[in-house]
Design a protein around this ligand. Structure first.
Ligand code: TPP
Length: 300
């Protein structure tokens, strides 16, 4: 791709990711659902790159197409980000998004592969996406298919033992058709991932320390790429590089900000889960719409 076209693509992705954040917020506002704001906003640029940056091959007119790349949102609590992405991609009409988390809706707080077109795996219980991705990648190799498998994890999720078992298996079987991403927003549900790890009065305080995660993964036999998870040039480079790597799987450690683009929740784990009131929706949507306007006025 020429430098000029690449710049245009990055600009399109920047706009798309803001539009998708607006769709997420409007969906949650209109369905009156509570939800996972922080992790949905941090992962949005990663999802936008995979679905709209020419990285994943999927077919909205034929969601179960055998040759499609597989996608697993292992951090299933960010379903509020995935639903607008799949709607925007054309798997279903955005008109049904406001049913989010209502009885009889295809969209729950966590994704259901039997209800959401374009969703390859039901997730929500953390720690299962990577083992399932391992199986999909093994099947692809065994059946001599050239699809790739993409899985997106949250950083707090990496503490799950099943994830490490899968990390070992994936490199053991040299599953170079698998690319995982850690949404490295540095916060889990109730605090930073790099917790003090001390025994306090209430028991163990802090969550499981992750660092040095890149080195750990390299020792486990993975190709590791670290990038700014809100920089589309870097994200595109990372996924393009991953597709060229032979003989080992790739982990993209995407450094992100929990709550990205909504200033009053950025880096605030208190907004991992919650429910905005109408004034908070107004403020957040105003901020996002202003950002979108600025991007639309920017000449590339
Ligand atoms: C097995 C399991 N245990 C607990 C939970 C409850 N839970 C939901 S999200 C979350 C952690 C959130 O932090 P992180 O994994 O870093 O997600 P992100 O910051 O990307 O939203 C937890 C413990 C769960 N979904 N699954």
């Amino acid at each position: 791709m020429s430098e000029e076209n690449r710049k245009k693509l990055v600009h399109e992705l920047e706009k798309k990711a803001i539009k998708l954040r607006i769709m997420t917020l409007e969906m949650m506002r209109d369905s009156e659902a509570s939800g996972h704001y922080g992790g949905s906003m941090s992962v949005m640029d990663i999802l936008t790159t995979l679905y709209f940056g020419g990285i994943m091959r999927v077919s909205p007119v034929n969601p179960k197409w055998e040759e499609r790349d597989r996608f697993i949102l292992s951090k299933g609590h960010a379903c509020a980000a995935l639903c607008p992405v799949l709607a925007e991609k054309g798997f279903f009409s955005p008109d049904i998004l406001p049913t989010f988390n209502k009885l009889d809706s295809p969209f729950g707080m966590h994704p259901d592969m039997n209800k959401i077109l374009g969703c390859d795996m039901s997730t929500g219980s953390l720690g299962h996406g990577t083992p399932i991705a391992a199986g999909m990648a093994m099947a692809g190799k065994y059946l001599k298919k050239d699809y790739r498998v993409y899985v997106v994890l949250s950083d707090g999720e990496v503490a799950e033992g099943s994830t490490w078992e899968a990390i070992e298996i994936i490199s053991h079987f040299k599953l170079d058709n698998l690319c995982a991403t850690i949404d490295r927003n540095k916060y889990s549900l109730d605090g930073p991932t790099e917790g003090p790890g001390i025994l306090g009065e209430r028991g163990i305080e802090g969550t499981m320390t992750l660092e040095p995660i890149g080195k750990k993964l390299e020792i486990f036999g993975w190709h590791v790429i670290e990038c700014d998870g809100h920089n589309f040039d870097q994200l595109l480079d990372a996924y393009e590089e991953a597709a060229r790597v032979k003989g080992k799987p790739t982990m993209v450690i995407a450094h992100t900000v929990k709550g990205k683009e909504i200033s009053f929740i950025e880096d605030k784990y208190e907004w991992h889960y919650g429910q905005f009131n109408s004034e908070q929706y107004r403020m957040a949507l105003e901020e996002l719409n202003n950002k979108l306007k600025q991007l639309e006025q920017k000449s590339v």
